[in-house]
Design a protein around this ligand. Structure first.
Ligand code: GDP
Ligand code: MG
Length: 370
């Protein structure tokens, strides 16, 4: 259930906080502007102004029983890292994503129809790496603004012929705020005007000092266009993963985040989910953001139908009653009735309104699309 501070309530009633504080005082409540008010006080004050309070229940899957169930250490298994690519416009993010995907995905997967689902996995030295290829900055900031953290590693692409630019700096601050390790990809090394030393020099100002210069940031010179250096980049991702040892428990009901979603004419609501913990199966009852359903079918990044997927795997699902939003979190319920109840409550009108308010706060418009 939602709560409000004195200041927030004043805002909603279009009154001065001091006036609210005075009213509270008359009611025997000593309050400051940042104080959380209980339901009764909110109703009392609102009542004084003839305003009726409708209780809006804000669901957050992370608050559900079972979501945060601590996994025992012995239940945890190493999971693939989830990587996001960020950097200034035209520095080569899309080219790099395509290039990694083309060299790695199609090779061993003859017959697989690669399709765009907003994320893909590659296999390097028998180990998987998951790449999110949704709009980098937007995905990152929207998701973080909505409380979801999906990225384990950020690849910061900096064009060697252009150096550090405004969105490079932005990307660094996002990654730092999220405490996500950064690997610097010094791109466009094939160009005659490439000056990797300058990139290294400029990045020292932001605390990214290369190992060659005594720091601990990994720099990989490469050309997204020719493919030179991409293998090294992938190996460095695996190296960081080995150190970090990201783990999950495949033997529990799945939880994770929506990467993207849309309405498809034939298939209805189609959502790409990133499973972050547990295993997601066809037939599972699932609550996703403010919608719910049963997983009717799952398709992986190669366009293949799959029956179950484990941690760090992106998968496209159908079967939801409505279209969720990027950054929405999901949770599988072992009890279908509960999923339905929760789902229906969440889908209620009040929530939609709540959500419109939330949408205004999202930061995705601030950044360019990849
Ligand atoms: P984004 O805006 O960061 O996604 O950048 P793009 O991937 O769209 O690349 C911008 C431009 O730079 C395109 O014309 C690419 O072909 C070019 N480009 C990307 N990587 C390289 C590279 O390694 N070498 C050269 N010479 N050009 C590149
Ligand atoms: Mg792009």
């Amino acid at each position: 259930t939602g709560s409000l501070t004195v200041g927030e309530l004043a805002g909603k009633l279009h009154k001065e906080p001091s006036e609210i504080i005075k009213k509270l005082f008359m009611l025997g409540v000593m309050a400051t502007i940042n104080q959380d008010l209980d339901k009764d006080s909110i109703e009392l004050i609102a009542g004084e102004y003839g305003v009726e309070v409708e209780e809006v229940i804000v669901f957050d899957v992370t608050e559900f029983e079972g979501y945060a169930t601590e996994d025992q250490e012995d239940q945890l298994q190493i999971r693939p890292p989830v990587v996001t690519i960020m950097g200034h416009v035209d520095h080569g993010k899309t080219t790099l994503l395509d290039s990694i995907r083309n060299t790695k995905v199609t090779a061993g997967e003859a017959g697989g129809i690669t399709q765009h689902i907003g994320a893909y996995q590659v296999v390097v030295n028998n180990k998987k790496i998951t790449f999110l290829d949704t709009p980098g900055h937007a995905a990152f900031t929207t998701m973080r603004a909505r409380g979801a953290q999906v990225t384990d590693i950020t690849i910061l692409v900096v064009a060697a012929d252009d150096g550090v630019m405004p969105q490079t700096v932005e990307a660094i601050s996002h990654a730092k705020a999220a405490e996500v390790p950064i690997i610097v990809a010094v791109n466009k090394m094939d160009k005659e005007s490439a000056n990797p030393d300058r990139v290294m020099q400029e990045l020292t100002e932001y605390g990214l000092v290369s190992e060659a210069w005594g720091g601990d940031t990994i720099f990989v010179p490469l050309s997204a266009l020719s493919g030179d250096g991409i293998e090294e980049l992938l190996e460095m991702i695996l190296l960081v993963s080995e150190v970090e040892e990201w783990k999950a428990n495949p033997n529990r009901a799945a939880t994770g985040t929506v990467i993207e979603a849309q309405l498809d004419k034939g298939r209805g609501s189609v959502a790409t989910l990133l499973v972050q913990n547990g295993t997601l199966r066809v037939g599972d009852s699932i609550v996703v953001g403010n919608t719910f359903g049963r997983v009717r079918a799952m398709v992986n990044d190669l366009g293949r139908r799959v029956k179950e997927v484990g941690p760090s795997t992106p998968v496209e699902i159908t079967g939801l009653s409505d279209v969720p939003q990027a950054g929405d979190q999901f949770m599988v319920f072992t009890d279908e009735k509960k999923a339905r109840q929760v789902g229906e409550a969440r889908a209620s009108k009040q929530l939609d309104e709540q959500r419109k308010e939330g949408a205004k706060l999202s930061l995705d418009d601030l950044f360019e699309q990849i």
